[in-house]
Design a protein. Structure first.
Length: 117
């Protein structure tokens, strides 16, 4: 990609203008492979992350029940465990929110770009 627009005059004579077209075709093919790869990753991780958040939520409910109604001598360890589960859930949700905002921002800018032209 770095060499796409930077030709010397002798390069144009020796290689012709098809070289630039070939480079663009190769870049498009790589881009299409990356899109397929990302779609496969999305299919694989969407369900896993959903299950992770759901199980963490159920886990939080059980730990809160233990803290509220069961033995007080286990209360401190349950509080530490609750903090760990809440931290894990927060990190997963924070990363998901960052991805959501980046995608929304991208589509917003693409819409504005095409509306303006």
């Amino acid at each position: 990609i770095r060499h796409l627009g930077s030709f010397d005059s002798k390069d144009i004579v020796e290689t012709g203008s098809n070289d630039c077209y070939t480079d663009i075709v190769e870049v498009v093919k790589i881009h299409q492979r990356l899109i397929r790869y990302i779609n496969d990753l999305e299919d694989a991780f969407a369900v896993v992350n959903l299950i992770n958040v759901l199980l963490s939520s159920v886990n939080i409910c059980f730990v809160l029940f233990n803290i509220a109604f069961l033995d007080s001598w286990m209360e401190m360890s349950n509080k530490f465990y609750l903090g760990a589960v809440l931290t894990q859930t927060f990190i997963v949700c924070w990363c998901a929110d960052d991805i959501y905002r980046a995608v929304s921002c991208y589509f917003f800018h693409m819409t504005i770009k095409y509306c303006c032209y």
